[in-house]
Design a protein around this ligand. Structure first.
Ligand SMILES: [Zn+2]
Ligand SMILES: [Zn+2]
Ligand SMILES: [Zn+2]
Length: 948
């Protein structure tokens, strides 16, 4: 017996005994781990778009009909169908109810066994005649006469008919950009622009990047001008814009993405269709979010009614069906079958094995289906194992980290359909602006010792590849500080512990959510007066998140007010903590960490961990969305895209990536489900607001993946040279019995903890290129003594003016695989790089391979001391700062003593250096960062913006 207990011999007593054992020692399988991470319980967060008007619904129907008829033609041209319809009761019952996804579903059934191969999509697309499928925009406008959604026409964010900011020069430029006549008075020009824009379709808006001096105001691909043609994807996207709650359009667009081998986008669309269908068919979902259910019903019925021929007045059988008791719900089964086949096939194409298996079961387990519809799932199931074996390299699997163990791979060779390719980071205007902000005008940086330039030594060189690097602008002496930065995004994951766990555990100590400093465990009493102040946003040391404790939520704590001009809480609420404030994000933390259940006797145990879903970037992603939404309002820039906010814009993107072998991890939870849920909790309508479409989310995640930096366990780093906690390949959650033993013996549950407790994004630091150890000339590390999540970069050796400053992201040279993962390309340094084949399967993993930057400070001395083993220099620098500070304001004894102990390692700080350090403190206290928001307030932005 697993319990090691002997049951009594008396049968009655034995029965009681086993009942007791079962109820008190739950076996591992008793509580099934859910297949996907938890979802938030949302109710009033979102203002849904208005009900679709019937004229918009009619246009959407036409837009959908055109490409769908193309699919029908292709289908009819095929001689045989592997799943012919038998003439039986089943078939007759569903007559006239398949219209919403008939073509898509039939085509999927034709090739239901294996997913489309990425290399084949173009020939398939051509074979279907879809490559030639184009519809003149003018023809569609002619039928409809005007653009739907009337409202002011905005140019550069201003109303074109009235705004005084649009001068004649600006108006002329805008007309020239559109190849239009640009002569005339201001009034004429305005009207001409207005008329032109009225006939223009904006499928996707674009960020106004003029403050980065990037292609000011020039229309990008996402606009359809008079005279242009629309392709199938444009048609479906436009239909979605007109009627976002109709799952039909989402399924059709998902199929379009799938056939073009954008499998991640296909899943994003099919998943949204699934959410809509579930509201219709699942009574538990129906009333959760007020207003959504009737909108979906209305959108579908409008679509069906739009199929009536107004000239003949004939009533199609679909409309008859609609009037029967089940109404719209007659039409849902085909949609669901189609969308689930798309999700399954796309997951298989991405080799997301686990997710694929789960989703294959989803529909057959919930719905009784006729044979014809059930068989594709069954037959695919039979071959899928073999398919995965075929495409799956055993060696690759072994090397996966635990947090990526479920992930499939998305190739990055092609741009997404609406991704723009007109930003080039190497443009001189852009570089000037970047240097101005990051170094010359950055108030948070006391030193002006470097600048960003383009580098062209990256290999392998592709023509379009661009890269930036940081170069010394003066002779920098060994040990001198070069760069300092506080994080632009924070992902502070709260660890979960069983309530009975008595293990001494530093992970439980609360930390400031801004600077990550450890706080006193005792939280101050919150009296009524303070609660009132906090709710009104008037408490300088707290936000509403401290009041969340009661709802099992995760309260946020901040440092108490200090000598600085602003408290940590004020900084948070000013820079990055907006709509997320005061909301319960427990589900999001649970989506990234071990989860527990409560058993019968009140005991708790961990059942599973969601870390395997690869959700480690979710908290950073939330910050990106939150900041984007805030800046849209604050800067009246409604079209700002999440991947083009300042912090992400300056980082590499697809255009800079040079290696086809780079692939990004993909899971249904991390790349689709959780991002959509975050957006909805922040109040974004994921159906009506295409500015957060799937491709935008994927680009943001890629940028974060390449640039996120893990923060290491402070005590380990500060006190010893022990390696940072390893990023592991496997993590087992023990059975409940074992967990009781762990508690009884006061052992730690640390082994279950997620691999990364805190992840940060430092856009400035990310611009420093990597060189493998001993080829680098600068060190970097955290400022543990002062602001634990502040990073510092200093010279490891003398760096002459003009030389590139290179830091090492890792402790040992990168292997080829490591390079692709961490840098998104090959390493350009001239160190020996181990070939992949020479890696032993069981060789210890390189430490902190990914996310890229190792958090461990390197062992160097910032002084001229002969012995290089003396103390990590971050520590030393921190101590030095501390010493000065403690003279100024009298720090606590403990710290002072520590500082004194370290002091002998350092040379006498010169007066100039002391000056620098004091300046650093001063500058950091004001924390004016180079991104929009902070930087705008310096007045510099305003001056330049309105001087011209
Ligand atoms: Zn703080
Ligand atoms: Zn808050
Ligand atoms: Zn290297």
């Amino acid at each position: 017996m697993a319990t090691g207990l002997t049951p009594p011999t008396d049968p009655k007593a034995a029965r009681r005994f086993w009942g007791h054992v079962f109820l008190n020692y739950p076996p591992r399988e008793v509580v099934d781990a859910p297949e996907f991470p938890p979802r938030p319980d949302l109710s009033q967060e979102i203002d849904w778009a208005p009900y679709v008007e019937s004229k918009d619904a009619r246009l959407a129907r036409i837009l959908w009909d055109c490409p769908t008829q193309k699919l029908r033609q292709y289908l009819d041209s095929l001689s045989q169908h592997p799943f012919p319809r038998p003439d039986d009761a089943d078939t007759r019952a569903i007559k006239h109810t398949e219209g919403l996804a008939l073509e898509v579903y039939e085509l999927l059934l034709l090739e239901h066994m294996y997913p489309l191969a990425e290399s084949e999509w173009e020939s398939k697309w051509t074979q279907m005649g879809m490559d030639q499928a184009k519809w003149p925009f003018n023809d569609i406008l002619e039928v409809w006469g005007h653009m739907p959604h009337t409202g002011p026409v905005l140019i550069r964010g201003e109303d074109v008919l009235t705004s005084r900011k649009l001068t004649v020069a600006v108006l002329r430029q805008e007309l020239r950009d559109r190849n239009q006549d640009h002569a005339g008075t201001s009034q004429v020009l305005r009207q001409r622009l207005y008329d032109y824009e009225r006939k223009t379709l904006t499928l996707f808006s674009r960020s106004d990047l003029s403050h980065w001096r990037i292609s000011e105001g020039k229309p990008r691909k996402r606009r359809i001008n008079p005279g242009d043609d629309l392709n199938p994807l444009d048609m479906y996207t436009w239909a979605i814009q007109l009627s976002p709650y109709n799952p039909t359009y989402w399924v059709s667009r998902a199929y379009c993405h799938y056939q073009q081998a954008f499998f991640d986008l296909a899943i994003g669309d099919a998943y949204r269709a699934q959410l809509l269908c579930e509201v219709l068919v699942d009574a538990r979902c129906r009333n959760r979010q007020p207003g959504l259910y009737p909108r979906i019903w209305h959108a579908i019925s409008q679509h069906i009614l739009a199929g009536m021929n107004s000239e003949t007045g004939t009533v199609p059988p679909e409309v008859e069906k609609l009037r029967q008791p089940n109404g719209v719900n007659y039409f849902i089964p085909t949609l669901r079958k189609a969308l689930h086949n798309i999700i399954s096939l796309s997951l298989a194409a991405l080799q997301a094995r686990e997710d694929c298996k789960v989703m294959e079961k989803y529909l057959p387990q919930r719905v009784v289906m006729p044979d014809r519809d059930r068989r594709p799932f069954e037959r695919r199931h039979e071959v899928m194992e073999a398919y995965f074996e075929e495409t799956h390299s055993e060696k690759e699997a072994k090397k996966l980290w635990f947090h990526e163990s479920r992930a499939g791979r998305v190739s990055t060779e092609r741009l997404y359909p609406y991704e723009s390719s007109d930003k080039h980071r190497t443009g001189q205007d852009f570089l000037d602006e970047l240097n101005q902000r990051l170094f010359r005008n950055n108030q948070a940086l006391p030193w002006r010792r470097c600048k960003v330039k383009s580098v062209d030594r990256l290999k392998p060189a592709k023509d379009s590849a661009t890269a930036l690097g940081v170069f010394a602008t003066e002779n920098i002496k060994e040990g001198q500080m070069i760069f300092v930065e506080e994080p632009a995004m924070r992902g502070h994951l709260s660890v979960s512990r069983l309530p009975w766990d008595r293990c001494e555990d530093s992970a439980r100590t609360p930390r400031c959510d801004n600077c990550y400093k450890e706080l006193d465990a005792a939280t101050p009493e919150v009296d009524q007066e303070r609660i009132r102040r906090i709710k009104a946003g008037n408490d300088v040391a707290a936000c509403e998140c401290v009041l969340l404790d009661g709802k099992e939520a995760i309260p946020l704590s901040y440092c108490a007010p200090g000598s600085g001009p602003k408290t940590c809480s004020e900084i948070a609420r000013k820079l990055y903590h907006f709509r997320a404030c005061g909301k319960n994000w427990k589900w999001l933390h649970d989506a990234m960490r071990p989860c527990m259940v409560q058993w019968r006797d009140g005991s708790h145990h961990f059942t599973h961990t969601n870390e395997a879903h690869g959700t480690l970037l979710s908290l950073l992603l939330r910050e990106v969305f939150d900041i984007t939404l805030e800046r849209r309002e604050r800067f009246r820039d409604p079209n700002l895209m999440a991947h083009e906010i300042d912090e992400l814009l300056i980082l590499e993107d697809k255009l800079d990536r040079t290696d086809e072998k780079v692939a990004f991890p993909f899971t249904l939870a991390a790349n689709i489900q959780v991002p959509f849920d975050i957006l909805m909790q922040l109040g974004v309508d994921i159906f009506g607001d295409l500015s957060f479409d799937t491709w935008v989310i994927q680009i943001v995640l890629r940028k974060l993946l390449i640039n996120a930096i893990p923060w290491a366990n402070v005590p380990v780093l500060r006190m010893s040279k022990e390696p940072v906690k390893k990023i592991v390949r496997r993590k087992e959650i023990d059975n409940p019995e074992k967990q009781r033993e762990i508690i009884a013996e006061r052992e730690s549950f640390e082994g279950y903890d997620p691999s990364f407790r805190a992840l940060y994004l430092y856009p400035g630091l990310s611009l420093f290129n990597h060189a493998c150890p001993e080829k680098h000339n600068a060190e970097w590390g955290f400022d543990f003594q002062e602001v634990p999540n502040r990073v510092l970069v200093w010279a490891k050796e003398d760096i002459p003016e003009g030389k590139e400053i290179l830091i090492s992201y890792t402790e040992s040279p990168l292997t080829e695989r490591g390079m692709l993962r961490q840098l998104g390309r090959q390493c350009a340094c001239d160190a020996e790089h181990e070939d992949e084949s020479s890696d032993e399967d069981d060789a210890p993993q390189q430490r902190s391979q990914y996310p890229p930057l190792s958090a461990a400070p390197r062992v160097t001395t910032p002084d001229t001391s002969a012995d290089p083993s003396q103390g990590p220099s971050t520590r030393a620098l921190g101590a030095q700062t501390k010493a000065i500070r403690s003279q100024m304001d009298g720090a606590d004894d403990d710290r002072e003593e520590f500082a004194a102990r370290e002091q002998h390692l350092l040379p006498e700080a010169t007066e100039a250096e002391q000056q620098f350090l004091m300046e650093l403190e001063h500058h950091m206290a004001t924390r004016k960062r180079p991104y929009r928001g902070e930087w705008e307030e310096t007045g510099d932005y305003k001056r330049r913006q309105f001087a011209s």
